[in-house]
Design a protein around this ligand. Structure first.
Ligand SMILES: Cc1cc2nc3c(=O)[nH]c(=O)nc-3n(C[C@H](O)[C@H](O)[C@H](O)COP(=O)(O)O)c2cc1C
Length: 328
């Protein structure tokens, strides 16, 4: 009970609002990609039958594209791997891919996305093989219920572009919203990552899938971190500066404290903070107003109880004289 009360009091510091906020869409970036010998990229290997036009790469082209999409969209990466790995050798790979097409194969996959239900948006990435998407992409799609989700294709190629795969996805996913995909040259992914990024960014922005923080959002996050650090350091001067006058701190129990009361308990050792960790911060900025929501873990000793608490946080900020200030 004591711990519970302490936990409730902690909420005070986090300016928690019980009201549910609209969460940002959860994004998965699933992709199939092959390292090894590939067309028009990498370093030619002596003895390879394809050395004149294919070289070895450490990381697949589509994997490179997927990493940038995940970074910018804030999505989780998932590599689609087959139980039987694909050959590294280019000539053998051409053959294996052709056989899979000829038999309309559904190669068995090595791992599953256990929490697919949690995702609203699923990017699906692949190379073009003989003018198509790899058959293993169909294995992936058929392994889940993607109805109601937004599906966004992306692919790499060496000249075929999307090669009709957009239409294939629209056909096999009639109950999903399939948005316009993006095709990038494999060679560009390998050799000009900045140009690839320059193509990916506006495409994601156009679909409102860009979650990279703006400078203002970074300032808000930095201010929130400064508050957490000031609580640890018992730096009342900084806390006083970063909280708006008149801010009240409401306990889950309903008890309210003023700034002076709250800071007083930090200063006199009633409330002690040792460490904080901010997970999945989402920041929205509208002019001089901002809101931050996150899951925050605090290690603390409050009213004699020690513990570590993870709590949902919603904090509001206003920019005054160039500084973001927290308030209710
Ligand atoms: C088996 C195979 C077939 C391919 N067929 C085509 C094709 O039809 N059209 C094309 O533009 N590129 C084709 N390519 C090139 C790949 O699409 C390109 O290298 C791609 O970027 C590879 O991505 P990855 O490194 O992620 O596997 C083929 C490559 C392989 C290995």
């Amino acid at each position: 009970m004591k711990k519970l009360i302490a936990g409730m009091l902690l909420l005070t510091l986090l300016l928690v609002s019980a009201a549910a906020e609209t969460a940002a869409p959860r994004v998965l970036v699933a992709y199939l990609s092959r390292a090894g010998e590939n067309y028009n990229v990498g370093t030619a290997r002596e003895g390879s039958a394809s050395a004149a036009y294919a070289g070895y790469i450490e990381k697949g082209n589509t994997a490179m594209m997927a990493a940038v999409i995940a970074e910018i969209s804030g999505g989780d990466l998932f590599e689609i791997r087959t139980v039987t790995p694909y050959p590294e050798d280019y000539a053998s790979m051409l053959q294996v891919a052709q056989e899979e097409i000829d038999t309309d194969a559904r190669p068995e996959l090595a791992a599953k996305v256990e929490n697919m239900a949690d995702y609203d948006v699923v990017f699906i990435g692949y190379p073009i093989w003989h003018g198509r998407m790899p058959q293993a992409i169909l294995s992936f799609i058929e392994g889940y219920d993607l109805s109601g989700k937004t599906v966004i294709p992306f692919n790499t190629h060496e000249g075929s572009g999307q090669s009709g795969t957009q239409q294939v996805l629209e056909q096999v996913l009639p109950d999903s919203t399939v948005l316009q995909g993006l095709a990038v040259r494999g060679k560009m992914a390998q050799e000009d990552p900045e140009e690839m990024r320059a193509q990916i960014e506006p495409w994601l922005e156009g679909m409102q899938m860009k979650r990279v923080r703006t400078d203002a959002a970074n300032e808000v996050l930095a201010t929130y971190k400064a508050i957490q650090q000031a609580m640890i350091d018992k730096d009342i001067g900084t806390l006083d500066r970063l909280y708006l006058e008149g801010t009240t701190f409401t306990h889950m129990s309903g008890k309210k404290q003023t700034k002076a009361e709250f800071f007083g308990e930090i200063a006199d050792g009633t409330l002690n903070y040792y460490a904080y960790d901010i997970q999945n911060p989402e920041i929205t900025v509208d002019g001089d107003e901002a809101a931050l929501s996150a899951s925050v873990t605090l290690k603390a000793k409050v009213y004699g109880s020690s513990g570590s608490w993870t709590l949902p946080v919603r904090a509001h900020f206003t920019k005054i004289n160039g500084q973001w200030i927290a308030h209710n």
